[in-house]
Design a protein. Structure first.
Length: 130
């Protein structure tokens, strides 16, 4: 007999910190590089494995790039309840500002499949006033 699960069985919290990488950027050639660190925490009661990711990256001109793929940074971490996985990756824009948002697809140890949204976050190069 299967025990019914509540929504809290599958609770993944995501936080993101983004930063501009000036030494890899070339603003005069419209190349802006950003790094972002994602912290994924399993606050649910069930172990879950991150299977894939989807990102929507938009620059200030409205140009959109969609990225989909298996895992993150070559890994598909299995997070036990209370565990955290953190990784750093990057993105390139042709403008000094933009946004990213996305989702991660998980499979819980009981076979339940679910998506966790990554809220929109800002990518912004520091601007110098003269």
């Amino acid at each position: 007999m299967r025990t019914p699960h509540t929504k809290t069985s599958y609770l993944i919290n995501i936080s993101v910190q983004a930063r501009f990488v000036p030494d890899q950027s070339r603003p005069d050639e419209h190349e802006y590089v950003f790094a972002y660190t994602v912290r994924i925490q399993n606050d649910g009661a069930m172990a879950a494995q991150l299977i894939s990711r989807q990102w929507r990256i938009e620059d200030e001109t409205g140009n959109v790039v969609e990225v989909r793929g298996l895992g993150v940074v070559g890994k598909q971490p299995l997070l036990q309840p209370g565990e955290t996985f953190e990784y750093t990756s990057g993105s390139h824009l042709k403008t000094a500002t933009g946004t990213m948002k996305g989702s991660y697809f998980f499979v819980a140890e009981d076979g339940h499949r679910f998506d966790t949204e990554v809220p929109s976050f800002m990518l912004a190069a520091q601007r110098t006033l003269h």
